[in-house]
Ligand binder design. Sequence first.
Ligand code: ADP
Length: 167
Amino acid sequence: MRIGVYPGSFDPVTLGHVDIMERGAKIVDKLIVGVLLNGTKNPMFTVQQRVELLKKATAHIPNIQVCPFEGLLVDFLKQEGAGIVIRGLRAVTDFEYELQMAQANRSLYPAMETVFLTTNVKYSFISSTIVKDILRHGGDVSHFVPRSVLDSIYFLGGSNHGSSDGN
Ligand code: ADP
């Protein structure tokens, strides 16, 4: 069975992420969405909240599983028996970092491959950072996040707003 991992912070999940998950799930037998626990980005949503939002947002994709992980991505791949990492590319600005990560991961675990899916142009400007900025200022994120999680994102984003202990 071909198992892929789509790792990220997903703080919170966006329409751009879901598009990559729908497409990624078609090229592997099972796609594990790996939610980074040890992100250094001072998250707005706790890892449990991010996992719950992702589960709701991907309920329509049968071969997807969402789980948190910490530590090295290559260790998570080995633990899950996965040989493929899926990442999304929005613009050239993503490329330098993504190339470095892919090469570092392969030097740690030569049996793995990173597969890059290019963003759907209609979502290319969407990022979790922009969603959080809009939420902090009480704006409308309905064109940025899946409809199934919109209410939860407003609720959680509003109650977590201002808390610095997001992990
Ligand atoms: P990070 O891993 O840097 O915390 P995210 O959790 O925001 O990043 O995103 C995880 C993955 O999804 C990355 O590969 C990122 O490039 C990709 N991604 C994020 N937003 C989009 C988008 N709008 N379209 C396509 N891919 C995206």
